[in-house]
Write a protein that binds this ligand. Structure first.
Ligand code: UDP
Length: 315
């Protein structure tokens, strides 16, 4: 297959490019580089089966030749990034999704949307199943991302129903690993960066809020299986992919300090917690297990060890 990956120079997009190339496919990576970086794909430069195109997919996408699959991963994805780029975030979720779907329709390609656990907002159902409709504030600071992705899902289903495009939607829960940006503001790079500098870890709020962290290779494997799934009655409905092992942010901080041997402990920064920051988050992955035969394999501490080694050379 020849696969277009939007956001192909980002954290997830670049790992997907690696996986698709390893499976023998060719990849066109498209990115406007506002949050992605060519550092993430530098090792692929010069390969005949890989091409990078610098382009903002919120504008019309020109692409020569056949395309068999479109994977739409372009978007700022950390709270700090989407607060910095609120309009670009709304545009890439709305206009970018429309343009990427247009490519899939014109080329007769399969389409996969990178959606998010953020569509559940600050959830009132726990753990989150795919049929939960969510608890999202349209006007809160996270609304630019949450509503863009909700619109994107609606647009994908419309192209599926109205145009018969073979579509997939993955709802990605917190994921971490190599190629995250040290300054993207998310809890994993923040804590690991602080720990490696022997600084106290900044816990926002009281640290009782929970997350469930998935190592990137597990996530990529789930997405790969979803893309390759034989089209059927149920293949276009959303699938949660994430690690169901849930912990509080305070517990997570303790694990990072232990693994790095950071003596500086933690500090509470209650005021830095963004309005609408979900209090709990844990994927129900029953659907992924049944449909894809998928579940995560990498333990948190193993994934963190690898991530710490990656960041150690960058702090
Ligand atoms: N968080 C924190 N300290 C930090 C960065 C984040 O306590 O330095 C918290 C944040 O308030 C949230 C959780 O960690 O409750 C996960 O935040 P992240 O930005 O990684 O992503 P989110 O899951 O909120 O999209």
């Amino acid at each position: 297959m020849r696969i277009l990956i939007t956001g192909g120079a980002g954290f997830l997009g670049s790992h997907l490019a690696d996986r698709m190339l390893a499976e023998g496919h060719s990849v066109v990576a498209m990115d406007n580089l506002i949050t992605g970086s060519t550092d993430n794909i530098a090792h692929l430069a010069g390969r005949p089966d890989f091409r990078f195109v610098k382009h903002d997919v919120s504008n019309y996408i020109f692409i020569d030749g056949p395309i068999d699959a479109v994977m739409h991963f372009a978007s700022p994805a950390s709270p700090i990034d989407y607060l910095k780029f609120p309009i670009q975030t709304l545009k890439v979720g709305a206009l970018g999704t429309h343009n990427a779907l247009g490519v899939a329709k014109a080329k007769g390609a399969r389409f996969l949307l990178a959606s998010t656990s953020e569509i559940y907002g600050d959830p009132l159902v726990h753990p989150q199943t795919e049929d939960y409709a969510g608890n999202v504030s349209t006007t809160g600071p996270r609304g630019v991302y949450d509503e863009a992705k909700r619109f994107a899902e609606a647009m994908v289903m419309a192209y599926h129903r109205a145009h018969g495009v073979d579509t997939r939607i993955v709802r990605i829960f917190n994921t971490f690993g190599e190629r995250m940006r040290l300054d993207d503001g998310r809890v994993v790079p923040n804590f690991v960066g602080q720990a490696l500098r022997k600084e106290p870890l900044t816990v926002y709020g009281d640290g009782a809020q929970t997350r469930s962290f998935c190592y990137v290779s597990d996530l990529v494997d789930g997405i790969f299986r979803l893309l390759m799934l034989t089209p059927g009655d149920d293949s276009s409905n959303p699938v949660n992919i994430g690690n169901p092992t849930e912990m509080s942010i305070l517990e997570f901080a303790q694990v990072v300090n232990e693994l790095t041997g950071n003596p500086a402990g933690i500090i509470y920064r209650r005021q830095d917690r963004i309005a609408g920051d979900p209090q709990t988050r844990q994927p129900d992955i029953t659907r992924a297990r049944n449909l894809l035969g998928w579940e995560p394999r990498v333990a948190l501490r193993d994934g963190l060890d690898r991530t710490i080694r990656y960041f150690a050379s960058r702090v």
